[in-house]
Ligand binder design. Structure first.
Ligand code: NAD
Length: 253
């Protein structure tokens, strides 16, 4: 990392009463899960993820989209939380009031031990019926791709938010409220291109929060952030937590 930690950042980390964190795919990059802007690998290298993650793509070719998510589910299960996920667990333990808002669907924050999580884009492990949108409790791989609901016959799909779809309203309302009330807001590993998540740091900033961005690349948030760290989340976050609280969680797999 190219920057020493300004004293005011340490002060904000220590003294903030309401801490909100927004994470994006960059937080899981060091766990080996590619972001949408990184080249996909193997079989999937010829596909543009933003063109697979849509209801239209599913209707056009349900098998292709189901298989892509099955592949991503397998990758997420095989991945391990990285030092960024663990540093956020430590931050939560030190904050009086803490909410982690994530756009990630890989479940790694929960596996690391974070407690207060708002999943804005769903979770790879949940499956729902395509037409009615209701979640299924359990589902069997019945040999068909994608499988169908045994009760209604509807096609099953991952319970994630695709491009062009609405976010879960309750989570979104809570995220807006958390952003508005926060006094410290961290945006970590998000390109800030996908709305409405990208507006959360702006809402926090307008309401008076101190905003920190952690991302190796500049984004549209960089101009409004009070402090930007141009580094990897798995490097920067443990340093911030160590400087503020003198400890980091050890990775336990
Ligand atoms: P994005 O792919 O648009 O952007 C990722 C950002 O992370 C980029 O700005 C990049 O510079 C940054 N980045 C890359 N490596 C990093 C690192 N080591 N540390 C910190 N930052 C790093 O992702 P997004 O903003 O989350 O939005 C796109 C959509 O992608 C979301 O809807 C999300 O659900 C989905 N997505 C999720 C996963 C996942 O769950 N792991 C993976 C890919 C995409």
């Amino acid at each position: 990392m190219t920057k020493t930690i300004p004293a005011e950042v340490v002060e904000h980390l220590r003294n903030a009463v309401r801490v909100a964190v927004l994470t994006g795919a960059g937080v899981s990059a060091e766990s080996g899960l590619p972001t949408f802007r990184q080249a996909q690998t193997g079989l999937w290298s010829h596909y543009d993820p933003t063109e697979l993650a849509t209801p239209e793509a599913f209707l056009r070719n349900p098998r292709l989209v189901w298989d892509w998510y099955a592949y991503r589910r397998r990758m997420a299960r095989e991945a391990h939380p990285n030092p960024a996920h663990y540093a956020l667990v430590t931050l939560e333990q030190h904050a009086a009031n803490f909410t982690l808002i994530t756009q990630n669907i890989d479940g790694l924050h929960r596996r690391a031990g974070s407690q207060s999580i708002l999943e804005l884009h769903g979770n790879l492990e949940r499956i729902r019926r395509f037409d009615s949108g209701t979640d299924v409790e359990t589902w069997d791989d019945d040999g068909q791709t994608p499988p169908r609901c045994p009760q209604t016959g509807e096609l099953l799909r991952p319970s994630v938010v695709w491009f062009g779809e609405a976010l879960p309203q309750q989570e979104l309302r809570m995220a807006y409220s958390v952003a508005e009330q926060s006094d410290l807001f961290l945006a970590v590993g998000t390109s800030a291109l996908v709305q409405p998540a990208a507006s959360l740091p702006l809402i926090a900033k307008r309401a008076g929060a101190y905003v920190i961005e952690i991302n190796p690349e500049e984004t549209s948030l960089s101009v409004i952030a009070d402090c930007c760290f141009r580094g990897k989340a798995g490097v920067v976050l443990p340093i911030l937590v160590r400087q503020a609280f003198g400890e980091t969680e050890e990775a336990v797999g």
